[in-house]
Design a protein around this ligand. Structure first.
Ligand SMILES: NC(=O)c1ccc[n+]([C@@H]2O[C@H](COP(=O)([O-])OP(=O)(O)OC[C@H]3O[C@@H](n4cnc5c(N)ncnc54)[C@H](OP(=O)(O)O)[C@@H]3O)[C@@H](O)[C@H]2O)c1
Length: 274
């Protein structure tokens, strides 16, 4: 990692979290971050890194390029960077949906990887999947993402499911946390106490499942569910309102959208190249 230059193309919410994580863990890595708006560039400069609107410059000057624009902005980035600039670079896309085959076709001569981190990178707790790849620079890519948290290598066919479950997951969990807190508010507790209690309870529940070696969450549910008690009454409402099937469908719908985004980008790139 020593002396390496990494470009983060599109350093928005997740891109800037990656910049911060790499800067904290690897002090001798140079980072060039790009964005479009002056205000985004200004906040990137506050991280003490080089920032620019010039994607071609950033790609040409770097050894490793992380693509973190929204998928539908990727065709613009392709137009802004000369085809020669990608040659011999390690390019890691974290864009939802865009397939390795698409990236390899477009980024001439680059060693291409596809990864999916999540926003928990901000606190060093991302759970990142990297699509399996026999590329020479596997170890380097893993080292970069380890700065953000845990890393899993997975077959690429799982990346869109990962995007739904782990990429979008923090938003779903945040909704659930808010709903549980509101339930306590509806019952008369202050939001402040309820929110803090929910966070502690969830964190404790995760510890129970992990450290208590409980192999399936339903075993924990049954330990809590006393006959004719309070929990079964709550579970009956969850069942009647279809909470479990709603959550199953939440992940499935989000997965289908990741697949759709990949197909849309493929179509748009094919149409532009006609
Ligand atoms: N957010 C997440 O939790 C998360 C997790 C995993 C993966 N992802 C993936 O990461 C990507 C970014 O998501 P995000 O939530 O971070 O979005 P975001 O906050 O909107 O960041 C995207 C950044 O791209 C910049 N940008 C757009 N076009 C550009 C161009 N032509 N050249 C340079 N910069 C450009 C924007 O700059 P300006 O600010 O100047 O407009 C913006 O800062 C998406 O592909 C998403 O699928 C996101």
């Amino acid at each position: 990692m020593e002396g390496l230059t990494i470009a983060v193309i599109g350093a928005g919410k997740i891109g800037s979290a990656i910049v911060r994580a790499i800067k904290t863990k690897y002090r001798n890595v140079n980072i060039i971050a790009t964005a479009r708006k002056d205000e985004t560039l200004k906040s990137l400069r506050e991280l003490n890194i080089e920032s620019t609107k010039d994607n071609n410059y950033a790609v040409a000057r770097s050894d490793v390029i992380i693509l973190s624009v929204k998928p539908y902005h990727f065709p613009t980035v392709l137009r802004q960077v000369s085809i020669e600039a990608w040659r011999n670079k390690v390019v890691i896309s974290i864009m939802a949906g865009i397939k390795l085959a698409t990236l390899s076709n477009l980024l001439n001569g680059a060693e291409v990887f596809r990864a999916m981190p999540n926003i928990n990178a901000i606190v060093g707790r991302s759970t990142t999947a990297i699509a399996e790849n026999n590329g020479e620079k596997k170890d380097l890519v893993e080292e970069i993402f380890k700065a953000l948290g845990n890393v899993y290598w997975l077959p690429e066919e799982y990346l869109d499911i990962w995007t739904a479950l782990v990429g979008s997951g923090p938003a779903f969990i945040a909704e659930i946390i808010d709903a549980l807190s509101l339930g306590a508010v509806a019952s008369g507790m202050s939001r402040e106490i309820a929110y803090s209690a929910v966070l502690d309870m969830i964190s404790g529940t995760i510890s129970m499942l992990k450290e208590g070696k409980i192999d399936h969450p339903m075993l924990l549910r049954d330990q809590v569910t006393t006959p004719a008690g309070t929990t079964i009454r709550g579970l009956m409402i969850m069942e009647a309102k279809g909470v479990k099937s709603a959550l199953i469908e939440t992940i499935e719908a989000s997965y289908r959208r990741a697949v759709e985004i990949g197909n849309e980008i493929d179509r748009s790139i094919r149409n532009n190249s006609k």
